[in-house]
Design a protein around this ligand. Structure first.
Ligand code: HEM
Length: 179
């Protein structure tokens, strides 16, 4: 049977991802400018820990999508909207996986051990090298900027469907209403 909206699991993971990304992304952009010390270190520990959670969430979302499927593109979309939203979703998934992996590899090369919520450490993803770490941090930053730019289009598009077109696109990702 064809799906008309996303599965409960997909919706749940989408909104948890959104909540975390709105914390982790701005944090990444300001952490470097904070004065060195306890607050900055705590910020880095939380940024790395929640970044790792975002990586797991992205993997879980792709698995859930495979298992429960996803609705086809909304029937009322123009050909341009269909292509733009499919490309945005694919790129978002790609960067949601790539950005934390680049951060993990860059931090390993720095070298700093990544502790996840002070519970366990991640194994290094890259050999120790200052030059490599610099390149990987630049790529991590570029990838994060890519997510931010895609989200401007993604959220703008979602709001346009909700507030101007007033069609059913947004409902496909909102919690199911009891009838
Ligand atoms: C206020 C914030 C957000 C709103 C209103 C929103 C809205 C939506 C809506 C309505 C859809 C379904 C589109 C359709 O039916 O074709 C969707 C899908 C999606 N959203 Fe969001 N979103 C938000 C934040 C985010 C964030 C922060 C991310 C990731 C960083 C994200 C990633 C995705 C992805 C990858 C899909 C495609 C899901 C799939 O087909 O598996 N969204 N979003």
């Amino acid at each position: 049977m064809k799906r008309l909206e996303y599965s409960h699991a997909s919706k749940f993971l989408h909104w948890v991802t959104a909540l975390l990304i709105f914390g982790v992304l701005p944090m990444g952009f300001v952490l470097d400018d904070l004065p060195e010390g306890r607050i900055q270190n705590l910020g880095y520990d939380l940024h790395r820990s929640f970044g790792f959670v975002l990586l797991l969430l992205a993997a879980a979302r792709l698995a859930v999508r495979q298992i429960y499927g996803a609705p086809e593109a909304y029937a009322g979309l123009t050909a341009f909207e269909r292509r733009a939203s499919t490309a945005t979703h694919h790129l978002l998934y790609m960067l949601l996986i790539l950005t934390p992996l680049l951060g993990w590899a860059a931090t390993s090369a720095y070298p700093v051990t990544i502790s996840i919520f002070w519970l366990f450490n991640l194994p290094p993803l890259a050999p120790q090298s200052e030059a490599l770490s610099k390149v990987l941090f630049k790529l991590h930053e570029a990838s994060a900027i890519g997510i931010a730019l895609l989200l401007v289009g993604h959220i703008g598009g979602a709001l346009m469907h909700r507030l101007i077109k007033r069609d059913g696109v947004m409902e496909r990702m909102l919690p199911a209403r009891k009838s």
